[in-house]
Design a protein around this ligand. Structure first.
Ligand SMILES: Cc1ncc(COP(=O)(O)O)c(C=O)c1O
Length: 433
């Protein structure tokens, strides 16, 4: 089965999809739909492959992809650092029991309260994104008589040729210190002068859902050249380099991401060669995948509610969730593979447009999915590779409760995220009478 499906995905003789040794029909009966089903073996295996693919380097999981406490605990158990981008994500990681020293704190507009929280809990590295933040952090650390280790986020001028909304390494970006404008050099010099921040390394992240190794290799070269210049021109030795995340994953059979072993080899080799060229010691290397760790481990189960066949036009299959539990198709034109999973296919496939139940025409799950012609209300469909940026970007649009998530492994099921109730939906409202 695999392709874009989790590693343990199989079908039984009746055509029912099993994940982690559990039939999805049983999951739907016991936990309802929509349901995120996480294949624990898949998730752990991807953590391990990253660690093996980058020998000698640290792998930080980008929690923005999915910061459910159980996910953070698994990733932590697998020995990954955790990258967080808000006070809320720091809190989730601390509640998950992650050692704060293993957290890396990002964000282009961290508030003073978030910086204070990060310093107070002892976050391992703060990735400073702007001159204002450098000043703010200096004040926060000085007030506590602490010295805080930091990385600077550099905008390296690498265009990763991915969707506009997930490009971050090109010059005209809201993130980081733009190298080509001299801001990176200026930030290094400014950080050197401060008493309560200690500049120990650099960070860059060029974008997401990138398929080749070339942009990552180019990024490593640019960043090491900067590290060499910091030593030669400013007398600043930088022993740590975080090259970000962004490797693409397989959402459909048409996607062909680079295997992590090849990606790791290409990056580690270019780092070693470039260090040799500049006479630099090889830095403590960090990579920061999010999607590639948690994305492929998960499928979303939906129940089909209506099938509207418009002769000569489109067949619309409406499911019981949509853009509130997966905004990616609406936001990025993302495509996910969809399959019938509660029975064997009977008859030919036809292109069908799977849509959600929200009051938006853009509420798409997948356009033109090849699905069996006899698809009908009550069938279950699964959407592949929905572990990353689904729950973490989910909303309550149209007052839909967010789905539950379960973890499956060796025939056992554990609840990971409770399904929201209609009472949960009202808990922020303050009635006027
Ligand atoms: C700074 C940083 N690191 C890592 C990531 C993870 O990217 P991906 O999930 O594509 O690996 C992101 C994604 O936005 C990011 O902004």
């Amino acid at each position: 089965m695999p392709g874009p499906w989790p590693l343990t995905a199989t079908r039984d003789d009746a055509g029912v999809l099993h994940l982690g040794g559990v039939a999805v029909t049983d999951l739907a009966t016991d936990h309802g739909t929509p349901l995120w089903v996480v294949d624990e073996d898949d998730l752990r295996e991807r953590c391990r492959r990253y660690r093996e693919g980058f020998p000698g380097a640290e792998v930080a999981y980008a929690a923005k992809a999915w910061s459910a406490i159980g996910i953070l605990q698994i990733v932590d158990e697998e020995g990954l650092l955790i990258d967080v981008v808000s006070g809320g994500e720091i809190h989730a990681a601390v509640v998950a029991g992650v050692d704060p020293a293993r957290l890396v704190f990002h964000g282009n507009n961290k508030s003073c309260a978030e910086l204070e929280q990060a310093v107070d809990v002892g976050v391992g590295r703060i990735v400073v994104d702007s001159f204002e933040e450098l000043e703010r952090l200096e004040q926060v650390a000085a007030a506590r008589d602490r010295t805080v280790p930091i990385w600077l986020r550099i905008t390296p001028g690498i265009d990763a040729h991915t969707h506009e909304y997930v490009r971050t390494g090109h010059d005209d970006s809201k993130f980081g210190f733009t190298l080509s404008l001299g801001l990176a050099d200026e930030a290094v010099v400014a950080a050197r002068e401060l008493m309560h921040v200690e500049l120990v390394g650099l960070h860059s992240h060029i974008g997401s859902q990138i398929f080749g190794t070339d942009p990552f290799v180019a990024n490593a070269e640019v960043m090491l050249e900067l590290i060499a210049r910091c030593r030669d021109e400013y007398g600043v030795e930088l022993a740590e380099l975080n090259l970000g995340g962004g490797m693409g994953i397989r959402y459909t059979h048409e996607d062909h991401p680079v295997d992590v072993a090849r990606y790791g080899k290409a990056v580690v080799e270019v780092v070693e060669e470039t260090c040799e060229k500049y006479g630099l010691p090889v830095p403590r290397l960090v990579v920061e995948p999010g999607r590639a760790i948690v994305g492929p481990s998960t499928v979303t189960l939906y129940e089909v509610g209506t099938v509207k066949r418009l002769p000569g036009l489109t067949t619309y299959v409406s499911v019981d969730g949509g853009m509130s539990d997966n905004i990616r198709p609406a936001l990025y034109d993302a495509e996910h593979e969809v399959a019938l999973v509660n029975r064997a296919e009977d008859g030919e496939r036809q292109p069908m447009t799977v849509v959600g139940k929200h009051c938006e025409s853009g509420d798409l799950v997948r356009e033109h999915a090849p699905l069996p012609a006899d698809l009908r209300a009550g069938d279950l469909v699964a959407v592949a590779a929905t572990g990353a940026y689904s729950d973490s970007m989910a909303s309550n649009y149209n007052r839909l409760p967010r789905p539950a998530a379960v973890l499956v492994r060796d025939g056992a099921v554990r609840e990971l995220v409770r399904r929201e109730t209609v009472d949960d939906l009202l808990r922020r409202d303050v009635p006027l009478r």
